[in-house]
Design a protein around this ligand. Sequence first.
Ligand code: ADP
Ligand code: MG
Length: 323
Amino acid sequence: DHLANQIAAGEVVERPSSVVKELVENAIDAGSRTIDVTAEEGGVKFIRVVDDGSGIEPDDLELAFERHATSKIRTGKDLFAIRSLGFRGEALPSIAAVSRVEVLSGAGDDGVARRIVIEGGAKLAFEEAAAPRGTDFRVKDLFYNTPARLKYMKTVQTELGHITDYMYRLALSRPDIAFRLEHNGTQLLDTAGNGDLQQAAAAVYGTATAKRMIPVEAETPDYKISGWIARPDVTRSNRNGITVVVNGRYVRNFQVAQAILAGFHTLLPINRYPLAIVRLEMEPTLVDVNVHPAKLEVRFSKDAELMEAVQRAVRAALQRETL
Ligand code: ADP
Ligand code: MG
């Protein structure tokens, strides 16, 4: 089973930003209002995620590190109607297999909590502790026991870049949650978590740019589209400025990005790219998120209807602005 966890780790934990992603997604699934991320040396040396969510019940803390132990899916049917970010139950055992993990989690108002320490998949401690409701998750020395993988880590700046990119997109996709990110003692992100997308955009892009954002709204029988696109004077030289959020999950989807671009390019030069945040909401049965272990890819069942609507919504927003 230790071997299985190390193999799964290869798919789930590619680099420090994957750890941040999995831990932050768990915090979101736990209903957290505030999520604090601290990293050192690009996350290779240290990652800490502190949340104020439901916490893990004392009896479940050890179990959470077992493979396919998920509290989020109960039946095969649930797999086709996923509302949570996690569902595979692979992240915690995968992370613990390739690092030194320490978790302190409390699930009640009584201050009673549990602490667990796992290194390279081996449990070193499990004991009673005191903590408020929520989870404090520390990951040290990522890949310390898998030197081949450690060798593939890029510079601190590159690894940090992946973390900030993810956290920025998350802040944009969930303006209802307060996110903080600190690296080597420097604060890189601090959002209010008050639900205001424009305020979240200001935290990520700066106030001047956030002020240039115009709303994108549309609805079809199956989809609700909302978000912002920057005015034509704020463009980018590549498509990295496009953020797509599906049912609260930041995803990479070529089709949706193409649809946004198609709407944009009917009015603007094809060598420019938009800064846009597009949120799509739909019945979970209309989207398959179980395409890849990292859950960054999705497939839509009524894609023609969706892409057409996205393209039209983007064009309409820009048209309104330029008229
Ligand atoms: P998954 O998210 O796919 O269910 P994980 O391995 O990421 O699997 O987590 C295993 C389980 O541990 C989750 O299903 C959840 O019950 C619990 N868990 C993990 N992190 C947290 C957290 N921050 N707050 C509350 N529960 C958590
Ligand atoms: Mg998870």
